[in-house]
Structures are given as C-alpha cells and as structure tokens.
Design a protein around this ligand. Structure first.
Ligand SMILES: *Cc1c(COP(=O)(O)O)cnc(C)c1O
Length: 460
C-alpha cells in the first residue's frame, strides 16, 4: 500500500503491566547492580531493550500449542512437528534439538573442531566464539572492512570478504579449517545482513576447497527481508523463499530459536549429512537430552514448530518487526545521535566511541553509556564493546573491538510505537548531557563471558 505507514499485523489480547520508577531509585538500583544492566532486576526496568532473545510475544496459536505439547520422553509428536517445520522452512533434513543456540554451538564445535584448527567467521558472536575456542580452535574474522565502520552505508555489511578467506587458507591450509562460521544478519555488526550473492559465492568457494559452511541462522529471517528489500532479483520473492535459498548454500546451521522463531526458549542444530548428525546425537544425549527433545519440553517444541511456520506465513510479520526498529533509528538519526548505519534488523546500536570521545576504550564507554541510559528513564540496553569482547586467551590482554556500541534490541511484538518514542526522547536527552558521563573500572571480572556478570564502579 503506497502512502501508508507500516503497522503491526496483530492486535493485543493480553497485557503485562510495567513500572516507571524515579531517577533516585534507578541511581541506587544501577549502583547495586555494579553498573552492569545484566544484573538489574527486571521489575526495576521500564522499557526492556536488553535483548530480543527469548523476549518475543507468542501468538494465540502458539499458546494453544503449549496445551497440545506431547511430553513423551522419546518420540514425542511435538518433536516430529518440529522436524517437519525445520525441513519445510529451512530445508535441512537432520534436526538436533537443543536447549538454546549455545547448546547447538557446543555440539557443532565438539564434533568438527580439533585443537589447533582455525574457524573463519564474519565477525564473532560471544557464545559462538567461546565454543569454538573451548573446542581448541581459534577464530579469525573475515568480514568485509565496512562492517567495522559504523557510518558506512554498505547495504550488506555482514558479507564475508573472499580475499580474507583465501588468505586464511594460504596461511593455515584448508585441512586446518573444519568449517566457515557464517552468521546471518550479524548481531555484533549491528544486525547487518549478507547478500545472497555472498552466500552463494562463499558456499561455492568453500565447497571447492573441501571446507564446510555452517550458518548461524539465528537471524536469517531478518537477513532474508533485507535481501528482498535491497538485492536485485529478490523483490518479488517471498521472505520464506529467500530464507530457504540462503540455507541451500550451507551444510548446516545452528539456530537460537529465541530470536526469529518467536519463542521464549529453544534452539537447534540442523545438518544435511546423516553421519555428522549421528555424531552430534551421540554427544547430545550427554550434554542436552535424548535426541527427540534435546533441552526442550514437548510443549516448547510445539510452540517452536508453530513459531517457525508463523514467521514466514506472510511477509507482514517481518516487515513490521524491522519497520519498528527502523522507526526508532530514524528518530535518532534525525536528532543527530551517532548510531550504526544503515539501521539493522533487530535493534539500534549507539556508537559509544563517537558519543563519549572523552573516554578511552579501557574506561568502558559503552558500559558507562548503558548505565546512564538506564538512570535517565529506565530504558535497559546492553554493552557491545570491549567488555563483551573479553580477553585474548593467548596474551591475557583485552580484545580491542573496533566497534564500541550500546545495543537497544527490540523484542518482537512486545512494545508499541509510543514506547519507541519514549526511548528516543531518553537517548536524545542522555546524548545532550554526554559530557557528564564518567568511565568505569572493574570491581569483579569473571574469566569467561565476562560481560554477563562483571561488576564496575565509576571512575572519579
Ligand atoms: C542469541 C544468539 C546466539 C546464542 O543463542 P542462545 O539461544 O542465547 O544460546 C548465537 N548467535 C546469534 C547470532 C545470536 O543472536
């Protein structure tokens, strides 16, 4: 429809109250949380943009599915519904259900990576890289340079640079590369997609060298939408057709169902090769659960199967989902707030390095900005910078990511346009007072995935 704004393709049947607190209350709450928004109590948050992971609102059809979940220990009916959904929508034959995405990453890394191996990928994701390193591999970033430039308007900043991939092969040899880890709609780059041309080229290139391509297809739906909007030849294809084509250029995928798939918990590893799947199932029983439930209850699998069909039933769902993110992004861009451009699929990424140039990266500018935003209006975001990047296990020094960001992730089907307005007003007011924001230092630094539980205090 020309000249009409996007609107939600649903109406609200049930509501959950949220609470606005005072600034003094929030100052105390963030101090108690060690200036880490992961450690806040959710009831102290007004608009929760910490993550879009597991925070989606399910449909009435999915809720109805919970009642129909088959809780048989082995061979549950709901498991077979899930197998059908993954085959029909993603196109993979072998399904290994897990408790969430990282469970799938663990199993995949353990069956494919040997100590000393190298895993090239397009930027890294925290849990993905953790499992690659935990299995003895090391991760090499092969994303295009534009991904590291917050103001580059490249339409496919998630693309893999084939010259960088070739250089990794030249340096280590193809037999030390078990697979290329190809993330769709790259989270840490700002929710930035790869193009279909790139998916195709990478798969052809890797197949030629005997290297597998494993997608992190967690956000492949949002990636498919951007391909439909931006890439020649895909305008008239449905998002579901595009998603299936993306997956056709891979040997398997890990998926956190807490994102695109519209459920609160769940995930899976999907494969084409039956022998690889057999090895994955052998480990699954030790780490997750029997091969027909992994880490999920029957009702979880039923709601998940329905969510997978629902996300591609028509294109309105993803158009409204990405449209809402775009709406918030446009407001911030108009107000002059530095954010990652173009606006990505699942959230807004504030450029903390540009907003707080008076803080060196070792004073954790993104963590400090996240805390300031919570204090202003109770909006909770997440640090995605040096704290999330962690330390290099070899040298013990921080990783120094080029991007120092605060992510405001938008849950699916949860908040209204008015919530987006309040969020934009708060970000703008924090931006105007940015010079008052001080850096932070650790009072507690966990050794693994430190961003989840680290504690800080303000530098005076
Ligand atoms: C969330 C996420 C994961 C990890 O999944 P969990 O379900 O949180 O374990 C992996 N990759 C990407 C791209 C993600 O967004």
């Amino acid at each position: 429809m020309a000249n009409r704004s996007w609107a939600e393709p649903y109406k609200i049947k049930m509501v959950e109250p949220i609470r606005m607190t005072t600034r003094e209350y929030r100052q105390e709450a963030i101090k108690e949380a060690g200036y880490n928004t992961f450690l806040l109590k959710a009831e102290d948050v007004y608009i929760d943009l910490l993550t879009d992971s597991g925070t989606s609102a399910m449909s009435d059809y999915q809720w109805a599915g919970l009642m129909l979940g088959d809780e048989a220990y082995a061979g549950s009916k709901s498991f077979y519904h899930l197998v059908d959904a993954v085959r029909d929508v993603y196109g993979y034959e072998e399904l290994i259900p897990t408790h969430q995405g990282r469970g799938a990453e663990h199993i995949l890394s353990q069956i494919l990576i040997k100590p000393g191996d190298v895993v090239p990928g397009n930027m890294y994701f925290t849990t993905t890289r953790f499992h690659q390193e935990y299995a003895g591999g090391s991760f090499v970033d092969v994303i295009i340079d534009e991904a590291h430039q917050p103001d580059s308007e490249h339409p496919f900043k998630g693309n893999i640079d084939l010259a960088k991939l070739q250089a990794v092969i030249d340096e280590y040899g193809a037999d030390r590369i078990p697979y290329v880890s190809f993330e769709s709609d790259v989270n840490l780059a700002g929710g930035q997609p790869a193009s279909m041309a790139n998916y195709r080229e990478v798969f052809e290139f890797c197949t030629k060298h005997g290297i597998l391509v494993m997608l992190d297809a967690t956000r492949a739906l949002e990636n498919a939408y951007f391909i439909q909007q931006r890439e020649g030849g895909y305008h008239d294809k449905s998002v579901g057709e595009i998603l299936a084509e993306i997956c056709s250029y891979s040997d398997g995928a890990t998926v956190s169902s807490k994102k695109d798939n519209l459920v609160n918990i769940g995930g899976f590893l999907a494969l084409r090769d039956a022998e690889l799947a057999r090895r994955a199932r052998a480990l699954l029983v030790a780490f997750e659960g029997l091969h027909t439930y992994g880490g999920m209850s029957g009702r979880d699998m039923e709601a998940l199967a329905r969510g997978i069909y629902e996300m591609v039933e028509n294109d309105d769902h993803v158009a409204a989902r990405v449209g809402q993110v775009q709406y918030l992004g446009d407001k911030l861009i108009k107000a002059g707030v530095p954010i990652v451009r173009p606006v990505g699929g699942h959230g807004i990424f504030l450029d903390a390095a540009a907003i707080l140039p008076h803080l060196p990266q070792t004073d954790f500018p993104a963590e400090a900005l996240t805390a300031a935003l919570y204090v202003d209006a109770g909006v909770r975001g997440m640090e995605r910078g040096i704290v999330s990047a962690g330390r290099d296990p070899a040298t013990g020094d921080h990783h120094y990511p080029k991007l120092e960001l605060v992510r405001l992730a938008i849950p699916r089907r949860v908040y209204t346009q008015a919530h987006m307005d309040v969020t934009a007003e708060s970000v703008v007011s924090v931006y105007q007072d940015r010079e008052a924001i001080n850096g932070l230092r650790f009072t507690y630094e966990p050794s693994e995935l430190r961003f989840f539980q680290a504690r800080f205090e303000p530098l005076s």
